[in-house]
Design a binder for this molecule. Structure first.
Ligand SMILES: Cc1ncc(COP(=O)(O)O)c(C=O)c1O
Length: 466
């Protein structure tokens, strides 16, 4: 066991309190319990973050796919303070306030087709939970009460509430909380690199796209279309390391959903607000879902908020008489968050952040592709400013690391080495081991190069350790 890390001054005080009282999310407490401390980030500026000792890091993950406009935006801080002075809080339970109204109108203006109705929440999991409950009630109001099941994809993450977690396709994240909401089924994802392992027997990416989409139809038919409420898909799946859709995928999925009268939910908690170069990623992939779930970068993280955006068709039965949707959250559409979201979206437009992503995405990908000359880099994939680098033991066979090797490589070495080298990003083993990158949308070629250089050094080192 390594010795207890020595901390000094203000950091020692904070580490002590963290050790005694802070419970970190999705993380082992044992390192902190053993006295090794936790990295403490104290400040952010543009695409950089600074730890409590003042050391600077590239924020290669926008916090957690959140700070898309970058850190330290004075304007967003000012808008938050102004709104807190004017009206710090009011619910949207039968009342409204200007900021929520303005933001609902604006989100509807960005959404495709007839997605015109906005139901706010405070984060992504709640947005997914809302869509799930809304789908069930919608079908009951349509006289189809058996339509309650969902279909989503293997390894996909959709949040922690018990409904959203049931939709999630990561068994290890669910086992401790079973039984969850029943009737949630999972199908292959769009990871072409591991297509054969998912059961695909064809050759081309085009065939694979159709096969993966058709797996949704096979599941609907197996379960019975009269029992399936909705399909939940991210435009680019994050967990597993960035699986963009094949060109034909969403067109086929939309046809299948229409044919079987099943709702299509585009879970854009990560993909919305510029990550793929559009306000909503379904616009990048040219499909119109029945609902969009979004959160994270709507405010670039300066205040929390989430939303479920709903089509006129789904909203229709809720318009009449005594019908209501008995669901909501105290802090949903919070005035400060809604005002900050408006100002954040102004920044997106003034600084043309979506255009920046669309223009620079090919160069970002090309820069990361250079890493393919390193022995453990198996695949580099993604879209926009959103990439996954899959690490393998053997590039020819695509053999992946076993649990012990993965533990040693990702947790024991890579996460810390990248951080020590000045790059905050994520080494993730929810599927096969990947490094995930999703930096603020403001960066360009010189930062791509800097990221590539850090990754090159650390991954080369990791290869030697194996
Ligand atoms: C696709 C997707 N859906 C839902 C969620 C849950 O969002 P939150 O953590 O805000 O509850 C996440 C979180 O990362 C996500 O990536």
């Amino acid at each position: 066991m390594a010795e207890t890390t020595k901390f000094t001054g203000e950091e020692a005080r904070l580490q002590e309190m963290a050790k005694d009282h802070l419970w970190m999310h999705f993380a082992r407490q044992s390192g902190m319990e053993a006295g090794h401390g936790v990295p403490i980030i104290a400040r952010g500026e543009g695409h950089h973050i600074f730890d409590i000792q003042g050391k600077k890091y590239i924020d290669g993950l926008s916090g957690l796919f959140v700070v898309n406009a970058g850190h330290g935006r004075e304007k967003l801080a000012e808008v938050a303070a102004k709104q807190a002075r004017e009206l710090a809080f009011f619910p949207i339970w039968g009342y409204a306030h200007p900021a929520a109204i303005e933001l609902a109108d604006r989100l509807a203006s960005y959404a495709p087709g007839d997605l015109n109705r906005v139901f706010f929440s405070t984060g992504g999991g709640e947005a997914v939970e809302t869509a799930f409950k809304l789908a069930k009630q919608y079908w009951k109001l349509q006289g189809k009460p058996m339509k309650t099941k969902t279909i989503s994809r293997n390894i996909a993450y959709h949040g922690t509430p018990q409904g959203a977690l049931a939709i999630t396709g990561l068994p290890v994240m669910k086992q401790m909380f079973e039984p969850l909401v029943p009737g949630t089924h999972h199908v292959p994802n769009t990871n072409f690199y591991r297509a054969q392992e998912q059961g695909f027997m064809g050759e081309t990416e085009e065939e694979f796209g159709l096969w993966a989409a058709d797996s949704i139809e096979r599941m609907i038919e197996m379960e019975g279309p009269e029992t399936v409420a909705a399909v939940f898909l991210e435009p680019v799946q994050n967990a597993g390391g960035c699986f963009p859709p094949q060109e034909n995928y969403f067109k086929r999925v939309r046809e299948i959903c229409d044919k079987h009268d099943v709702l299509l939910v585009s879970d854009e908690v990560i993909c919305a607000f510029g990550r793929i170069g559009e306000m909503f990623a379904c616009n990048a992939y040219d499909f119109v879902p029945d609902m969009i779930t979004c959160a994270k970068a709507m405010t670039s993280g300066y205040s929390p908020i989430g939303a479920t955006i709903i089509s006129d068709r789904i909203y229709e039965p809720f318009k009449h008489g005594t019908v209501s949707f008995p669901h909501g959250y105290t802090f949903a559409g919070h005035p400060v968050s809604a005002a900050v979201a408006m100002a954040n979206l102004d920044i997106f437009e003034e600084e043309k952040l979506n255009e920046n992503v669309r223009t620079n995405a090919p160069a970002f990908k090309a820069t990361l592709d250079k890493l393919k000359d390193i022995e453990i880099v198996g695949d580099v994939r993604g879209a926009g400013y959103f990439y996954g680098i899959e690490l393998v033991k053997d590039r020819t066979t695509k053999a992946t690391f076993d649990d012990v090797e993965s533990e040693r490589l990702l947790r024991g070495f890579l996460s810390k080495a990248l951080y020590n080298a000045g790059l905050y990003c994520r080494a993730d083993d929810r599927g096969d081991p990947v490094i995930q990158l999703a930096p603020p949308l403001t960066i360009g070629q010189s930062e791509f190069d800097e990221i590539e250089q850090i990754l090159r050094g650390v991954l080369t080192e990791a290869t030697k350790l194996l």
